[in-house]
Design a protein around this ligand. Structure first.
Ligand code: GLU
Length: 223
């Protein structure tokens, strides 16, 4: 089972993400990665096969980003390689995914995606679809994408031109979230959140969660 973490707030994100991933290590995994907003407004990714300590070895010593997402992967589609590790990036969209997109082969064919994919994962197909539908409105892109997905998913998404905001949606695969004095956080389970707070909520299925530095928004979507 993979692990997911996301943080936007007033502390350095890289430290929170890597410590959160370490707290989720008990779930088992084969690769680890993070993505975060840089000062320039661009998104940086660090990811590798191996353990969180291997990820730390390729992270910056100093990193003042305060918004990012992290993932520990349990490979289901595509081998255990650096390229198949999460996060995945397609255009303006960077995401991590827990679960299985069952119809990913059909989606690759229907949307003619084969040429643009960098990995063998089902997850990157969701990133490509989101980027395809993204015209400046994250919720609209998420809604359209999710209506095409069959399977289980917890998706945690950064849009390059929506700095310091984290979006998430899930079906079956779990996500819990919280807002506390340090900022807003989400994770695939409580273990990663409990050193900050014991107040949290379980994100309901097919609701779009937005994490901002000082508030969260939950919207029900109709598909
Ligand atoms: N199916 C995805 C993959 O193989 C996600 C696996 C997971 O939940 O870690 O990359």
């Amino acid at each position: 089972m993979c692990g997911i973490i996301g943080f936007t707030g007033r502390l350095e994100a890289q430290k929170i993400l890597t410590e959160g991933l370490a707290a989720l290590e008990y779930r088992g995994y084969d690769s680890a990665g993070i993505a975060y907003f840089k000062d320039t407004g661009k998104i940086s990714i660090r990811k590798t096969v191996g353990k969180v300590k291997d990820l730390l070895a390729i992270c910056d010593d100093e990193n003042n980003s305060t918004c990012g997402i992290g993932h520990t992967r349990w490979a289901t589609h595509g081998g255990v390689t650096d390229q198949n590790a999460h996060p995945h990036q397609q255009g303006k969209v960077t995401l991590v995914h827990n679960g299985i997109i069952e119809n990913y082969r059909e989606l690759i064919a229907d949307y003619d995606l084969q040429e643009i994919l960098h990995s063998e994962t089902d997850s990157e197909v969701a990133a490509a679809l989101l980027n395809h539908y993204y015209k400046g409105d994250p919720k609209e892109a998420i809604k359209k994408t999710v209506s095409k997905l069959k399977g289980t998913f917890a998706l945690v998404i950064l849009f390059e031109d929506q700095p310091d905001v984290i979006y998430s949606i899930r079906n079956v695969s779990p996500i819990v979230a919280t807002i506390c004095k340090e900022g807003a956080m989400l994770a695939s389970d409580l273990t990663a959140l409990c050193r900050f707070t014991n107040e949290y909520f379980v994100v309901p299925e097919y609701h779009i969660l937005e994490l901002h530095k000082d508030h969260v928004v939950l919207s029900l979507i109709h598909i």
